[in-house]
Design a protein around this ligand. Structure first.
Ligand code: GLN
Length: 323
């Protein structure tokens, strides 16, 4: 069987000159290299694939394909935005995370690959705890994602528990202090058919009474699993991050003087929010493995804190529980 080349285009106007995939990629890569993008080729490929509505592999296989004037204009606009340092994910409006596609924009942090470790640990823990529940008991497993942002963590956890057929009897909540983030997180839950499954609510970390627009003080439920990828970059390290990070909300990155200010506030809230045998899984910076153990010892004396490594072998998730 011979393969049809993919159709890029509306019908061509007579006499209209057409640039090809190959031309546009070459120009775009050059433009991005001049602006010091370290990933010029990948960025240009992603932006062109997006502009013409084809996969990257199809584009690379067919550099001779003509591209419509409209798609070329969209592509060039994307290249210009990228050349100012804006992340490709914001330009495309989406980012893959844990095998799923999430809507992202400047309201939220772009999900990072290292955060997939947090999802894996949460999924394994959720599955284990649900399997241990007595059949027929009316107990529900409660999982909360604090500072949910785009909702990527809680949506990915819910989607993988659903795949395993383990979603019944689990209550999932995403909390954030930013209403803008909550709007986008709800969109992402809708996009993955999980809107009925995950509740998104405003809260200052775990404190739903304190958030503007929050429900007001009420009995806090006891969460079995508390997940969080809070801001943990040291304030003075922010200017040293790749320029793309300067487009992201500082609220999602800035961890104060030692990077652990926000995490410390969450630790202080855990005794009131975490079930007796509950577990908190908190993403940390690669250089915070020792500091987090010291901080837990100081804020939660007698509690356990184990540090899990990521795929690169670096400290990435603190697993915190009562002894
Ligand atoms: N890993 C992110 C970065 O270094 C930080 C994310 C965070 O603060 N939670 O850009």
């Amino acid at each position: 069987m011979t393969e049809e080349p993919p159709q890029v285009e509306e019908p061509r106007q007579a006499g209209e000159p057409r640039e090809t995939v190959g031309d546009l990629l070459r120009d775009g890569i050059e433009r991005l290299r001049r602006s010091n993008s370290e990933t010029a080729r990948l960025d240009a490929e992603l932006l062109l694939a997006d502009a013409v509505g084809l996969g990257r592999t199809a584009l690379l296989a067919h550099p001779e394909l003509p591209v419509s004037a409209g798609a070329a204009v969209r592509y060039r606009a994307g290249i210009e935005r990228r050349s100012t340092g804006e992340p490709v994910a914001y330009i495309r409006g989406s980012k893959e995370f844990f095998g799923l596609v999430f809507a992202v924009d400047r309201r939220v942090l772009i999900p990072r690959p290292e955060t997939e470790r947090l999802v894996e640990l949460a999924e394994a823990e959720g599955r284990r705890r649900r399997a241990a529940m007595r059949p027929g008991s009316d107990r529900r497993l409660r999982i909360v994602d604090v500072g949910t942002g785009s909702g990527a963590v809680i949506v990915a956890v819910a989607a993988s528990l659903r795949r395993l057929g383990a979603l019944d009897d689990i209550e999932l909540t995403g909390l954030d202090i930013s209403d803008d983030a909550l709007d986008l997180a709800r969109e992402n839950a809708v996009g993955h058919a999980l809107a009925e499954v995950i509740a998104f609510e405003p809260a200052d970390l775990l404190d739903r009474g304190a958030a503007p627009g929050g429900e007001g003080p009420h009995d806090r439920p006891s969460f079995d699993l508390v997940l969080a990828n809070l801001p943990y970059v040291r304030h003075d390290a922010l200017p040293g991050l790749p320029i793309a990070a300067s487009f992201e909300p500082p609220l999602a990155l800035d961890g104060g003087e030692d990077g652990l200010i926000v995490i410390e506030r969450l630790l202080a809230q855990l005794p009131a929010a975490l079930a007796t045998d509950g577990l908190a899984l908190l993403e940390i910076g690669a250089d915070q493995g020792v500091a987090i153990v010291e901080l837990v010892a100081q804020v939660l004396p007698g509690w356990r804190c184990a540090v899990e490594l990521d795929l690169a072998g670096l400290p990435r998730v603190a697993a915190i529980s009562r002894s």
